[in-house]
Ligand binder design. Structure first.
Ligand SMILES: NC(=O)C1=CN([C@@H]2O[C@H](COP(=O)(O)OP(=O)(O)OC[C@H]3O[C@@H](n4cnc5c(N)ncnc54)[C@H](OP(=O)(O)O)[C@@H]3O)[C@@H](O)[C@H]2O)C=CC1
Ligand SMILES: O=C1OC[C@@H](O)[C@H](O)[C@H]1O
Length: 473
């Protein structure tokens, strides 16, 4: 829908009920802004409504049959809903520790088969793919067991409890060569560390606006208002490999690795705010860290499960829950342009790219590109003139045929997962095993720097493949 042309410089008058109303330029601009806001709200509501109610697609005869390990909270968003519109995926079974809960979950989500244990689901030869959405401490064990049972694995993030587990899991001979991206050997199995944000077109757009080699500073933040999670949540239990860095922080770590397009040289600073008295002190309720990257730039994260403050009248409001969008801001080094058209002057440009709501980009996001320009005298650096150019981007679908503006990050992820299993390229986005290992290495580095324990390794021993993992540097 396009806006009417209201570029009128002279005030105009309208007549309603006989009374003349003077409309100035300012009034028209306000009306135009209000109209634009209403249109974008209507578009937003419409897109999200359709996103939550995808049209069920007819399933192909060779559709992959997916089984859910655990009647988890996230599966409806990350697997069940996305599968509805995917012609090659059927959510065929669920297994939960409590059979009654599993039955109720299956009924609610229209899942035909209920298995009485996780192992029973893996033993079901009619299941091709397993979605592991269990506490992090169980990821390694059940992903490994699923691979051994011959299933492809969609594994919730973060992939494992620590880097050591990640190395054993992703370098397992059962999985497609972890250093290979796209189009695996059909005899091997696909495993994906489900970092859904990376599959969304907005994420790819964001990366395309960044020049990794010239980043001076990047910061990625993720906050949850205080009081959002109960004290007994899986994220607050060390034995279940919980922690803010493992959860929200893992998105922040991903963003730094992605924007720099490189692994950090070292973690220079890391601080945790541990859980309050009486709760698990090995758990970070909030985590902040800074790394140095090979281009000399620095990357920082701030993740908080109990964010407060940020309001006026601090003395009164500092304990109130804070609502902040996840965001990633990337500032480039100053770029100098010689200006032969202006004598003895140079133009310095600093470009900052900010991605608002990067984790839930499919609900709403905005990417700001802000360029600060300084026209200054070359002799003494005096500023002659300065100005700011701003551009905003949104990208809910790829520019080619990959996807639809109603697809969530999880739907884009499922598309690529299936493409990988089928040996198709699709959008070209993939996360290989080495990438997932590096991710866990960066998380481990930060826990070590903060003087905290690494999350505990699973006691599960993979007898068949132990010691067979490929050693790569
Ligand atoms: N990609 C994303 O956007 C998100 C990813 N996640 C990830 O997904 C995973 C699951 O998270 P979420 O759905 O929020 O978690 P839930 O609290 O719903 O737990 C998931 C399942 O874990 C099972 N479980 C097994 N052992 C235990 C135990 N000892 N204590 C508690 N639960 C147990 C339960 O299965 P059962 O039904 O058998 O009892 C439960 O259904 C985590 O790895 C998390 O990091 C979470 C949220 C968002
Ligand atoms: O992965 C996640 O994304 C959404 C969050 O709300 C959740 O805690 C986290 O596990």
């Amino acid at each position: 829908m396009s806006l009417p042309d209201v570029s009128i410089t002279e005030p105009i008058s309208l007549h309603r009920t006989g009374e003349p109303i003077r409309l100035t330029d300012l009034d028209l601009q306000a009306a135009q802004a209000a109209q634009a806001l209403m249109i974008s709200f209507a578009q937003w509501a419409n897109r999200n409504w359709r996103s939550l109610r995808p049209v069920e697609s007819a399933k192909k005869p060779d559709a992959l049959r997916l089984g859910l390990l655990g009647a988890s909270k996230i599966a409806p968003f990350a697997a069940i809903l996305p599968a509805k519109s995917h012609p090659e995926v059927i959510v065929a079974a669920v297994a939960a520790r409590d059979p009654e809960r599993a039955q109720a979950y299956a009924k609610l989500h229209g899942i035909p088969i209920v298995h009485l244990s996780y192992q029973a689901l893996l033993d079901d030869s009619a299941i091709d793919v397993v979605y592991v959405a269990l506490p992090i401490s169980l990821h390694y064990e059940w992903a490994m067991k699923a691979l051994k049972a011959g299933k492809h694995v969609l594994l919730e993030k973060p992939s494992t409890s620590n880097a050591s587990e990640a190395r054993t899991l992703f370098r397992n001979p059962l999985v497609a060569d972890s250093a290979e991206t796209i189009v695996h050997d059909k005899a091997s199995l696909v495993i994906l560390d489900a970092v859904h944000v990376r599959f969304h077109p907005a994420w790819q757009k964001f990366l395309s606006l960044i020049d990794s080699s010239t980043i001076a500073e990047a910061i990625s933040t993720h906050h949850l208002p205080k009081g959002s999670l109960p004290d007994d949540d899986i994220r607050f239990q060390y034995a279940l490999s919980g922690g803010c860095l493992m959860d929200f922080g893992s998105y922040n770590v991903q963003t730094l690795r992605q924007v720099f397009g490189a692994e950090p040289i070292e973690c220079v600073e890391a601080n945790a705010r541990r859980m309050p008295a009486g709760l698990d002190k090995n758990i970070d309720q909030a985590f902040a860290a800074t790394w140095r990257f090979p281009n000399g730039g620095s990357g920082s994260i701030v993740s908080d499960f109990a964010a407060t403050g940020g309001y006026p009248l601090q003395w009164l409001t500092k304990g109130l829950p804070a609502f902040k969008l996840p965001m990633c801001s990337v500032r480039h080094r100053e770029k100098i342009i010689q200006r032969p058209d202006l004598q003895d002057m140079e133009e310095a440009i600093t470009k900052t790219v900010i991605f608002w709501n990067f984790t839930f980009a499919s609900i709403w996001h905005r990417i700001d590109v802000v360029e600060e320009h300084f026209l200054r005298h070359t002799a003494d650096g005096r500023i002659h003139r300065k100005w700011v150019d701003k551009e905003y981007f949104k990208q809910y679908k790829y520019t080619d045929s990959h996807g639809d503006d109603t697809w969530t990050t999880y739907r884009y992820q499922l598309e690529q997962f299936v493409n990988q299993v089928r040996g198709r390229r699709g959008s070209g986005v993939w996360i290989d095993g080495e990438d997932s290992i590096r991710q866990m290495e960066m998380i481990d580095q930060a826990y070590q720097k903060a003087g905290m324990l690494l999350r505990p390794s699973s006691s599960y021993k993979d007898d068949q493949h132990e010691g067979e993992s490929i050693v790569r540097s």
